[in-house]
Structure formats: C-alpha cells, structure tokens
Design a protein around this ligand. Structure first.
Ligand code: NAD
Length: 309
C-alpha cells in the first residue's frame, strides 16, 4: 500500500506539535491537532458557566495553539486556506480519527513512559498503511515501540523536526530495527518534496545525531562560561550574532527549546551512556535544574533566562 499523504493527526499541541501542524497545513495536508483534556476550568470558563465536559474546554489546549498559529500567520507565506486545514481535538474523545489518517505524529512531552502509553493507545485505533512517527528529541525508537505489534513497528519511526519547524530545514528520520524501508522512503519523500526538508537518516542512538552534538555544545558552554563568571548577555553576545549565527545564541536557544524539554533531552543521554566523562558532560548543572523546578521553562512559561514581556 503506498498512498499519498493528505491527512495527518498531530498529537501534542505544544511548541513543536503546533509548529509541525502549521507546516503540514501550509503545504495542503489537513491536520487534526490533539492534546490532553485540561484538568481544570479557567476563571473565564467558570464565568461562562462551562464545565469540563464542554467541547470548548476539552479542546482548549489544541484550540489555543491553533488560534496562536493563525494570529502569527505572516501573509503571504501562508496561504488563505491555512486555518481551515487544522482542527482541534482531544485525546480522550478523538483518537479514533487516526483510523482515517495517512500519518500520525506523536509530539507530546519528552518522557518515555508517556510516549509508550500513548503509542499503545494509538495502536488500538491504528490500521496497516497508516504511518506513525515520533518527534522525540532522542529517546530510543526501539524502547518507545517495545510491546507494539511487529506490523505496527514496521510503520513506526522517528521524524525529528527542529525548532521552529517552519524555518529549520533539517529533519532526522530514525528507523527502528523493524521499520519497513518502503515506509521510510514514503515519509522521506513527503519531507523533501512537500515540506522542503533536508533529510538525514540517523541511527537509533541516544539523542540521534543533531541533539547529541547540540546538547553537548550547550551544556559545555553553559557550564564553562558561567563558572568563569560571565553573564547570560555576554555569553549570548559571543555565541550568537557576533559569531554570524543570528539564531543560535546559547541562552536564547535554551529559552526557545524549553528548559524542561532540554533537561529531559540531556538526561536521556546521561542515562544511556556508559563513559564516565560523557556522563559528567551530560549532567545538567544545578542552577538550570532549579529553574525548571520553580516553573521557569523559557518562552513557553514567560520566564527562562530571559523574561518574555
Ligand atoms: P511542549 O512542552 O511545548 O508540549 C508538550 C505537549 O504535550 C503539551 O501540549 C502537553 O499538553 C502535552 N502532554 C503533556 N503530557 C501529556 C500526556 N500525558 N499525554 C499527551 N499529551 C501530553 O513540548 P515541545 O517542545 O512541543 O516538545 C514535544 C516533543 O518534541 C518532545 O518529544 C520534544 O523532545 C520534541 N522536540 C522539542 C523541540 C524543542 O525545541 N522544544 C525540538 C525538537 C523536538
């Protein structure tokens, strides 16, 4: 079976899920964007007399992400049909929509147990022919799909988009041991032809290629420069625009990625390497861990190394 990809279900409407859905919608692939059901009502929802069973509340996370995307829409790069191609939904009620999809992309928090549980739920509605991929930053594809059927694993692989998905050309595709090369070729073609990506096929090693190098660079910079008493602004000045890399200043990048996500990504390498020197390098310095504990997650929470005004 080798049908074209015109319908996607993106699960997780955070920084990456919403950005990936936007890129797909913009090239004409219709998307359903799912997220978990919010645990509590907001004050505004209470004032309107809504309850947790109301669709608007149940779809709040995905709807908010879509509203944000439409507001950011910079014409003429996005076509006018863009907004109509992304529909919000929630995981509890709408996961069955994957039955009718060509491609399901898992983009939830960087946590092995959460992703494994979600894949098990996805498989309950999955049919052969539907491609399933994960946007994990570096969790093992094999570990994530352990327990799933062989037929499902033939259709499963990593598709690692970079942040922000619309501007970053690189896409790592990570086949698992059982991924069918024909399915890899099918996603590669969509990525290259429709999404304009440069695809690199990566091995299923901790953090694949780009994040193994990237996390290493960020942690070394963070530790060394702060130990020597430089400020966030000074480090960013020399690691960003002044080096001819306008978007890659160290602390701006960490705030953009999300400090919680960065912590999970670094932990993933630390927990999966044996070499003592590597374990030390991939141990996140205490101050950054504290920031995450107190809810300073970067741009998404409004406060990271910088405060969003
Ligand atoms: P995020 O924190 O912005 O969003 C995560 C989403 O997952 C949220 O919408 C949240 O509601 C949802 N979620 C939380 N718990 C859940 C659960 N139990 N079940 C289902 N959904 C749940 O994170 P993000 O930055 O969008 O990262 C998502 C994935 O993409 C991660 O695997 C991350 O490693 C990867 N990634 C992130 C970046 C980046 O720069 N942030 C880059 C590449 C890949």
């Amino acid at each position: 079976m080798n049908r074209s990809i015109s319908k996607a279900v993106v699960i997780g409407s955070g920084i990456m899920g919403s950005g990936i859905a936007a890129q797909l919608a913009n090239v004409g692939i219709s998307c359903t964007l799912l997220d978990i059901v919010p645990a509590e009502l907001t004050e505004a929802e209470k004032a309107k007399g809504l309850s947790l069973s109301d669709t608007a509340v149940r779809n709040r996370l995905a709807s908010t992400a879509i509203t944000g995307l439409v507001k950011r829409k910079p014409a003429p790069l996005y076509d006018p049909e863009f907004a109509a191609r992304i529909r919000p939904g929630n995981l509890e009620d709408d996961l069955h929509l994957i039955e009718d999809a060509d491609w399901v992309i898992e983009v939830v928090v960087e946590n092995l147990a959460v992703k494994q549980e979600l894949l098990a739920k996805i498989e309950q509605h999955w049919k052969p022919g539907v491609l399933v991929s994960t946007n994990t930053s570096g969790i093992s594809i094999e570990a994530m799909s352990a327990g799933r059927s062989l037929e499902f694993r033939r259709h499963f692989m990593g598709t690692h988009f970079f942040n922000p998905p619309r501007y970053m050309k690189l896409l790592e595709i990570i086949p698992g041991e059982n991924t069918d090369p024909a399915h890899v070729a099918r996603l590669r073609e969509v990525a290259e032809r429709a999404l304009g990506k440069t695809v690199v096929i990566a091995k299923d090693t901790p953090n694949f290629i780009a994040n193994r190098i990237g996390t290493y660079g960020l942690l070394v910079t963070l530790r060394e420069m702060l130990q020597q008493g430089y400020t966030v602004e000074e480090v960013d000045a020399v690691t960003g625009p002044a080096m001819g890399r306008p978007k890659s200043a160290t602390f701006r990048t960490l705030d953009l990625v999300g400090l919680d996500t960065f912590l999970h990504v670094a932990d993933n390498v630390r927990e999966n390497v044996q070499d003592a020197a590597e374990i030390e390098v991939f141990t996140v310095p205490e101050p950054l861990q504290k920031m995450v504990k107190q809810g300073w997650l970067g741009e998404k929470s409004g406060q990271g190394f910088y405060r969003k005004l």
